[in-house]
Every structure is written in C-alpha cells, then in structure tokens.
Design a protein around this ligand. Sequence first.
Ligand code: NAD
Length: 478
Amino acid sequence: MAVHRNLIAGEWVEGKNAARNINPSNLADVIGEYTRADAEQAKQAIAAAHDAFPAWARFGLQGRADILDKIGSEILARQEELGTLLSREEGKTKPEGIGEANRAGNIFKFFAGEVLRQAGEKLASVRPNVDVEVTREPIGVIGLITPWNFPIAIPAWKIAPALAYGNCVVFKPADLVPGSAWALAEIISRAGLPKGVFNLVMGRGSEVGAAILADKRVAGISFTGSVPTGRNVARSAVERMAKVQLEMGGKNPLVVLDDADLKVAVNCAVQGAYYSTGQRCTASSRLIVTEGIHDKFVGAMVDSLKALKIGDALKPETQIGPVVDQSQLDQDISYIDIAKKEGAKLAFGGERLNRETEGFYLSPALFTETSNQMRISREEVFGPVANVIRVKGYDEALSVANDTEFGLSAGICTTSLKHANDFKRASQAGMVMVNLPTAGVDYHVPFGGRKGSSYGPREQGRYAAEFYTTVKTAYTTA
Ligand code: NAD
C-alpha cells in the first residue's frame, strides 16, 4: 500500500513512520497508510512557510482569488467522492460527509471573494493637514491544528482565510482522520500556490503539534479541539506572544418550553443530540424541558430514537454511524456508567450494537431524571448521549441553560416570541438557535462561543479577518 506523504516546500515527503487509517464502520477496511512527521519535519515545514511569506503577502490579489476559487471548484466538483472518503474514515453518514465537503468547497469560494473585498479606512486626523489610513496586513506563518470530527470543513475554514489574507500555512490535521486532510492538501497542491505557502504535516499532536507551538517563526495558531489541549496551546502561544484562536468543547443546552411544537422540539433534539453520532462541539447534550411538556417530550423522544437506523456510515438507510474509535467509545460508555451511578434513569439506548461488520456501534442514549449538577450535565461526553433536565418554567430553564462552564451554542423551542427574544438576548452562548437544532450553522457568518468554549477572535465569515490579519494605522501629511 502506497504511503500518503506530507507536503513540505512543494514536495511530497515521507515522515519517520506511518499509521493506518481504519474505517470505524468496518475495522477490517483499511483506508490507507499515512505518514507521520516528527518535530524536525515540522520545523522544515515552518521554515518553508517562513521563506514563502514575503512574496505571498504581496502576491497579486487576482491570482490569490483565482487560486482559492479553483480549490473551491474542485472540492465542489468532487464533493460526493470526498464526502464518501470522509464518512468512511470518520463514521458520519454519507449525506453528512457530502454536506461537509460541500461546505468546505463553499468556504473556499467565499474567501476567494473576500480576497477582493479587503477594505481599509481613510479618516481625517485630529491634526490639520494630516490623513490617517487604517489597513489590514497578513500576520505571517500560521499553524493550524484541527480535530477529527470535521476532517474537511474545519481545515477549510482555517486554511481559506489564512491564504486569502496573505498568510502562509503549516497545517497539522488530527492523527485519527488524515484521509480527508490529505485529499484537501492534494487539491491545494495543484491550485497554483508558490512552493511553501501551504504545507501539510500529518503526525501526533504531542510531537508535530508541540513543534508548531514552540517555534518562534509561527506568528499565529488557530486551534480547534478539546479544552485540555486548548489550554496547553494557549499557554504556549502566550508564553512567546503568538496570536492565538481556540475553539473547544461544548455542553450545549436545548430548552423546550410547554408551548413548543412537540414535533419541532423532538426533531431539534434528535438531530442536535445524536446526528453525526453526537460528535459535534455544537451537539445539544442537555435537554432542558419544562414540566408541562416533559412526559410527552420524553415519550416522543424514545419513539423517535427506537426508529433511528444505526449502522455502517456508507449504507443509504443509515441515520447514525458508528463512534469514531475505541477510545471515544470507551469514554461514551464510561459516562453512561457514571450517569447511572449518579442516579440518572436510562430511558433509552446506551448499548453496544453488533452489525454485519465489526465497528464501534452504540445506540443513542437518553437519560431522564437528571440534575444540572451531575457530571453528565457538566462534562462534554462527545458521543450519542443526552440527558433531560426537568424545570418549572422559562426562568429556571434559562438559568440552567447558562449554568455551565461552556458557551458555544444554545437553542430554544417555543412558540412564544417573548421567550424566544429574551433567550436570544440572555443566553450566554456565542450562537443561539430558535426552533432549530443547536448544531448546523451557515458558512458565511461568525462561528464561535464564550466562556470555556472559545478564546480569541471568531472564525468564519468576514470576522475571520480579526485573527488572520493585523491592523496598521498610517499617518500622512503633504
Ligand atoms: P484534541 O484536543 O485531542 O486534538 C485536537 C488537535 O490537537 C489534534 O490535531 C491533536 O493531534 C492536537 N494535539 C493534541 N495534543 C497536542 C499538543 N500537546 N500540542 C499541540 N497539538 C496537540 O481534540 P479531538 O479529540 O481531536 O477533538 C474533539 C474535541 O474538539 C471536542 O472537545 C470538541 O468539542 C472539539 N471541537 C470543537 C469545535 C469548535 O469549533 N468549538 C469544533 C469541533 C470539535
């Protein structure tokens, strides 16, 4: 089997060793072998990006826009193939995989347009005969470190703005799912970028990631992943005063009020909590339900969960694919045990399932009779596990929703305009959904959270410029 290699200074190079990429729906299916860089190779990639930066920062805008547009077009033209690869390696269903590839393509198209829309400001000075200009400039070499759960969209929403604003990139994808990252890098490698502007270094976080964090030539780090790793990234970046942006975990609440449309609420809860196997930072893992609708809601949820088809991610009838790997499955099962020990009632699921092929199948778990103080309500499980918290009315629902260390996404299902409006204002989350699942966002608007979920400027849309550029103020007098 040919080993997929890293891209450094425009050359495909092998690392020190290689890892097999395994299909979580069928452990006998090896997707490919992917090389792993060591710290030395990560440094070579950083050096290449550093050397390429001065010319790329001044590269013609039309050329830059055309390159991004070309990358976006190829991703869109190949979305079915890329989405299938993504489902095969990560375990989300094929429509979810294709949807993610489509998002990645559209993100490159969006930032191709942004290349040409980089406006500055010209102002009069407070002093006579002086003009002031405020412009944005690229920051230099950016290290991009990404998680396994969105293996093409998250890399796209970091790489596209980094390149659009004139930065050079050293990209380290998650070790577990290198296939989509490699396919994306291969497309980027043929789009016309000068050598060294974009580099791929697959490998371990503790080695390749750590080398990126430590290198003074890396001016900014954009990280998405877990809270503990994020804290470590922030410490390293601040230590040497590099710019840093973190997107981390969530414990996202979905509030369901007595006046909600039950069908809408159940649909939001099932989609938000369990689709993509619950492996989304925006998953609705806390279902906060007022007492008048509680029993009806739980009954309808259980009926819905019974009907869900859990199976091989690539099969057309599958609605929920497998968990990504053994260690995530162990984590999910351990939280199911913790919840039971803490007195929560398992209303449905939480069982290992056997399918035709050996894979990490788990039935979606729903707990009831839980409090917001239980660990199941406070810690991110990152699997198909959600719990219902019963509350008296809207005020308690809002206070429970906000009583968390996280603040990424929050939702409410209600037909009351008053409560919907109040929730939009009072929710301590970066993204708020009314009668929509907490997961599922547009690609042209800011994405990110508050409190322990995010740190630094927002990602995506025009707000991406905050992280990927630095501002210059210039004064002129005749
Ligand atoms: P993780 O923190 O284990 O790994 C993320 C990345 O960091 C990987 O590329 C990993 O190799 C790298 N890494 C690990 N140790 C490192 C080190 N010492 N130095 C530098 N890099 C290192 O996270 P994961 O398990 O891949 O992803 C799941 C987590 O990601 C969940 O907590 C989820 O909520 C979060 N997530 C957040 C968002 C968001 O936008 N808020 C989106 C998707 C996922």
